[in-house]
Design a protein around this ligand. Structure first.
Ligand code: CA
Length: 226
């Protein structure tokens, strides 16, 4: 069965280009020109990946992504024309899997689609886990060396963020935006305090290891070689 790709983009010429490039590569494509039909469409017609323009006529693609993420983990590649939004997408990880800036070559887009599908299919198989961490999203529990960690809400969100992307350095601002309901109300120190607590809980299970790496003046990441 061909993987089905949903294109959400209001510029017909771009939609045509993407259709052509992806169908040539063996994908099936469907498209809509605005954001509002997307959620109802996905409810009745599951797709394998979504290509989502950020600048839609009726809503922001970023907002739509957040809506989609409330119920679905379908991979999303953003199309963007604006650099500040690229930073947002990449930095805050609101749930997108990749982005591509306009103008782009259809070939490059097809390559990205394949890469994201490969990556997310691998990730789905491992169900958000590493060698030593296992995340149970429905119970909001994380196990470390087989032991369930007793984490606060924020600690869980921070650690899950790290596990989702080992090796990726998150700044304190990014972590705050990711997990705090009202990031402006918090201080950098708060992030440090949560990291400290998480480290202590990990250490209680395995005193030999410190899986969280501090990057001076940059932020934190999870070790890749765990
Ligand atoms: Ca647009």
């Amino acid at each position: 069965m061909k993987p089905k790709i949903l294109i959400v983009e209001d510029e017909p010429a771009i939609v045509d280009n993407i259709h052509y490039a992806l169908e040539t590569e063996g994908f099936e494509t469907i498209s809509v020109f605005s954001g509002s039909p997307v959620i109802p469409l996905l409810a009745k017609e599951p797709v394998d990946l979504i290509i989502l323009d950020i600048g839609l006529p009726d809503m922001s693609g970023l907002e739509l992504c957040k809506e989609i993420r409330k119920s679905l983990s379908t991979p999303i590649i953003f199309l963007t024309a604006r650099t500040e939004e690229i930073d947002r997408v990449v930095g805050l990880e609101i749930g997108g899997d990749d982005y591509i800036s306009k103008p782009f070559s259809p070939k490059e887009l097809a390559a990205r689609v394949k890469a994201v599908l490969r990556r997310t299919q691998n990730a789905a198989r491992s169900e958000l886990s590493t060698q030593v961490f296992q995340v149970n999203e429905s119970k909001r529990q994380i196990s470390y060396y087989g032991e369930v960690l007793d984490l606060s809400r924020y600690e869980y969100d921070i650690l899950k963020t790290f596990i989702r992307r080992p090796g990726h350095v998150y700044s304190r601002d990014q972590l705050m935006e990711l997990v705090w309901a009202e990031p402006d109300m918090s201080l950098d120190r708060t992030v440090d305090a949560h990291i400290k607590n998480i480290r202590a809980k990990l250490k209680a299970i395995n005193p030999e290891k410190d899986p969280i790496v501090t990057h001076r003046s940059m932020g934190y990441s999870l070790r890749e070689d765990l």
